[in-house]
Design a protein around this ligand. Structure first.
Ligand code: SOE
Length: 385
């Protein structure tokens, strides 16, 4: 089959640009049936030295130092946004105006106000778009979705999720600039809410439907940090920790917690869902397993099963190795790119689209508003996912 080549322009050279570049490079070997084949055409970053090194390491044809040039380039079909959050909106809107497809890192933007015109732009110019909420595409999490959609849990009562890290406890850690923009509210928009809870909220709504209203608390444990770019001690504007509870549209209750101050936890993303007949739990530190408990099992063998999601009839697994051996974090991005390319073949949206990611943004914003006003907030979410 003659492949249609999709020429990718990535903006950014950080951790996510590596994860996405790797994903594009893996596609043709592991998803040979796809009509489209991505090609690493160009990468862009302000630092000429860094971008040249990155381009050579990952096999891009060329590099740029000005994203405005890249989004206008005739040799680019799709723009992949891996920049700090404050640049997402300008880049995405310009890329849409130039008719480029867009794959954007999460969260969609810093605020709902910033994210809404991004949705308008991709819809106005009718460009395929998606947001990398990658954990949906961990096979065990995709399997959880299948189990829930088959109705095995029955009525759902509870959804609880945590995303715990410990990398910002040191008060000497600066904020802002390369590698540390996540600590600078001007760049990131928020702290753990936009960075970590956004993942939990995306997965939660995908699995359990819309979140109706929220009540939250946030805390900033380290109030001032040196800013890497100004050299000045500046007030910290991000939330270091956030806890919220909520109602889902289906009547179930949700509890969520994220922090970067849980000593010993590196990326402990967990969720548990309790239904009338069965429960499910998952843990990123043991990502290939899905916990499942079914009350309808015969009582003498009833108990939590630990399903090792590594068999060829489980989501995505047939694309990789032999049953029983594991895949990891980077595969979630490969799966997302493969699903995006498949959606192009089918002329269908690739979930989560910008519009769906806007709903997650609304929940994040309601969480932050609730914490600052110390009151319950309606999210305004209209979940169709
Ligand atoms: C932050 O440490 C971070 O890298 C997030 O930005 C990612 O989205 C998350 O997947 C892992 O943690």
């Amino acid at each position: 089959m003659d492949k249609k080549i999709l020429r990718i322009g990535i903006i950014g050279t950080g951790f996510m640009a590596r994860a996405h570049s790797n994903a594009y490079n893996r596609i043709s070997d592991f998803f040979p049936e796809l009509e489209y084949q991505p090609k690493l055409q160009a990468v862009c970053s302000r630092s000429a030295a860094r971008v040249e090194k990155f381009a050579k390491q990952w096999g891009f044809d060329r590099w740029e130092t000005d994203w405005k040039k890249l989004v206008q380039s005739d040799d680019i079909d799709a723009i992949d946004i891996c920049t700090p959050n404050h640049l997402h909106a300008d880049i995405a809107i310009a890329a849409a105006e130039h008719g480029k497809m867009i794959l954007c890192e999460k969260p969609l933007a810093r605020t709902v106000e910033e994210a809404s015109p991004m949705v308008d732009a991709v819809e106005k110019y009718n460009v395929p778009n998606t947001v990398y909420y990658n954990y949906r595409r961990v096979p065990a999490v995709t399997l959880a979705k299948q189990i829930i959609d088959e109705g095995k849990l029955g009525r759902i009562f509870h959804f609880r999720a945590n995303f715990l890290q410990d990398w910002t406890i040191n008060p000497e850690l600066p904020q802002g600039g390369e590698g540390l923009w996540r600590l600078d509210s001007k760049s990131a928009g928020s702290g753990v809410t936009g960075d970590l809870l956004a993942h939990c909220i995306d997965t939660a709504m995908w699995l359990n439907g819309g979140i109706k209203d929220v009540s939250a608390v946030t805390e900033t444990f380290v109030k001032e940090r040196i800013h890497q770019e100004t050299g000045q001690v500046e007030k910290v504007g991000i939330d270091d920790a956030c806890i919220f509870h909520c109602h889902f549209d289906n009547g179930s209750l949700g509890v969520f917690e994220a922090t970067r101050y849980a000593r010993g936890q590196k990326a402990l993303y967990t969720f548990e869902i309790n239904g009338e007949h069965a429960s499910i739990r998952w843990d990123l530190h043991d990502q290939n397993r899905l916990g499942y408990f079914d009350h309808r099992d015969e009582s003498i063998v009833r108990g939590w099963r630990s399903i090792h999601v590594s068999d060829s009839d489980q989501p995505y697994i047939d694309k990789w190795w032999i049953p029983g051996v594991c895949i990891g974090y980077e595969h979630t991005f490969v799966h997302h790119v493969a699903d995006f390319l498949h959606s192009l073949e089918l002329n269908k949206p690739c979930s989560p689209t910008f519009r769906e990611a806007l709903e997650t943004q609304k929940v994040c914003e309601a969480v932050l508003d609730s914490a600052s006003s110390r009151s319950w907030k309606d999210t305004g979410v209209d979940w169709k996912g």
